[in-house]
Design a protein around this ligand. Structure first.
Ligand SMILES: [Fe+2]
Ligand SMILES: [Fe+2]
Length: 276
């Protein structure tokens, strides 16, 4: 078993922060700069967060008593942050439900899927799944923190939620990974679980986004789809393609989340939002 403590040198403990965001109904449906494609992709992700983050917490908590006091303290910070994310995204999801979107249906679907995973996957695989999905949130956070243009057009009241979440995902990006390396340490489990979760994540994010388009009756707006896909995958380069290199780095046997140092960008946005 290898003990990887490089994250400990970056942070003593991720800091949970209670935010109490209010999403009032004057916020437009397409809060991402009037762009229904990007708004619905992020809304679909938000629908998966409360249940998904509960799964992350449980998979890491399972090992908390076995790790060093320093790492256990980081796990406590991680759990606190994820619990607050779930709570704020619950409020956000209720706001989008009031706009007429089937957020509750997606949440129930995710809950059923994760119940299945909890039953079928070993604790090692559940933790590897958390590490894989935490890598997704970390690279999405990195892209947002380092490219101010990406979240730029968002309604300010919603932008604050996404930046706060991006900052904290970046802060705790190595916690689940360090617990995995300490307690499981299998490259095969980590990398194969990433490959499986990539397929699952792509499939279900597309499915949930489609169900949101359908609820709005815009699923056949081909011009919107083409524009959205081009911004995501095109040559500009698209925002998903920008994350490609960071994604593949996960498969290196020597990978560690802090090999990508996001401190500078994270501190910049902490200052902007007065987050301490
Ligand atoms: Fe989170
Ligand atoms: Fe997270």
């Amino acid at each position: 078993m290898t003990v990887v403590n490089s994250a400990l040198s970056k942070f003593n403990r991720p800091q949970p922060r209670r935010m109490d965001f209010v999403f009032d109904d004057s916020i437009p449906m397409d809060w991402f700069g009037g762009d229904p494609f990007k708004t619905m992709v992020l809304t679909a992700l938000s629908a998966t967060f409360p249940e998904g983050e509960r799964f992350f917490v449980d998979s890491v908590r399972h090992y908390q008593k076995n790790v060093s006091p320093e790492l256990a303290a980081q796990v406590s910070g991680f759990i606190g942050q994820e619990a607050h994310h779930g709570r704020e995204h619950d409020a956000f999801n209720q706001f989008m439900q009031r706009k007429g979107l089937p957020m509750k249906r997606i949440e129930q679907f995710v809950e059923g899927g994760l119940k299945f995973m909890r039953k079928r996957l070993s604790p090692e695989r559940q933790l590897a799944m958390t590490c894989a999905l935490e890598h997704f949130t970390a690279i999405l956070a990195e892209m947002a923190l380092e490219n101010p243009d990406f979240f730029g057009p968002m309604d300010e009241r919603v932008k604050a939620l996404w930046y706060w979440h991006a900052i904290e995902e970046s802060e705790h990006k190595a916690v689940a990974f360090d617990v995995f390396q300490d307690q499981v340490g299998s490259y095969w489990i980590r990398s194969s679980q990433m490959a499986l979760n990539t397929l699952e994540f792509a499939f279900f994010t597309t499915l949930h986004t489609y169900s949101l388009f359908k609820a709005r009756g815009i699923q056949r707006d081909w011009r919107m789809h083409l524009k959205g896909l081009n911004e995501m995958l095109g040559n500009n380069p698209g925002w998903l393609r920008k994350m490609g290199k960071a994604y593949w780095s996960y498969y290196k046997p020597s990978f560690h989340p802090w090999q990508r140092d996001t401190n500078q960008a994270m501190n910049h946005w902490k200052q902007v939002y007065g987050i301490v």
